[in-house]
Design a protein around this ligand. Structure first.
Ligand code: IDP
Ligand code: MG
Length: 150
């Protein structure tokens, strides 16, 4: 059954002009982009989004990292989307991520690992509404084919 996951291309991905490269991998895999926007993560949004990491040694550096520049947030839809995106991203520590994965091909360290993807369906359901209103998420299957051909 089709499910939705939340993906965020972090400020280093945007600054390094890797948005197209990463988006292209998801599109070629067959995942549908049903929502996408560029924005800046405020301190308050960052704290809510990464609440599970509050109190950890890397929390403050993580807040500075995520707020360092614009990010691209998106919702991807497809069968098994949550697990497929996690697999495509590779391990959290880019240094240990396998070649062929996004982090394994495009990033070097754990502190600058260029991408976030929901780790479960429950996380996706919590994260998506932090970044998108319901009317900003589009039912891909309902595109009017006749209009596209005109
Ligand atoms: P994930 O992004 O693969 O789900 P999490 O453990 O949820 O990994 O950590 C969230 C983010 O916090 C990571 O993507 C990374 O940006 C940052 N982070 C996690 N652990 C460390 C660390 O040990 N040092 C620096 N940053 C870290
Ligand atoms: Mg996580």
């Amino acid at each position: 059954m089709a499910e939705r996951t939340f993906v965020l291309l972090k400020p280093d991905a945007v600054q390094r002009a890797l948005v197209g490269e990463i988006l292209g991998r998801f599109e070629r895999r067959g995942l549908k982009v049903v929502a996408m926007k560029m924005l800046r993560v405020t301190r308050s949004l960052g704290e809510t989004y990464y609440a599970e990491h509050k109190g950890k040694a890397f929390f403050d550096p993580l807040m500075s990292y995520i707020a360092a520049g614009p990010v691209v947030a998106m919702v991807l839809e497809g069968e098994g989307a949550v697990a497929i995106v996690r697999k495509m991203m590779g391990k959290t520590n880019s240094a240990e991520a396998e070649p062929g994965t996004i982090r394994g091909d495009l990033a070097l360290t754990i502190g600058r690992n260029i991408i976030h993807g929901s780790d479960s369906l429950e996380s996706a359901k919590r994260e998506i509404p932090l970044f998108f209103k319901p009317d900003e998420i589009h039912a891909y299957a309902r595109v009017d084919e006749a209009w596209l051909r005109e």
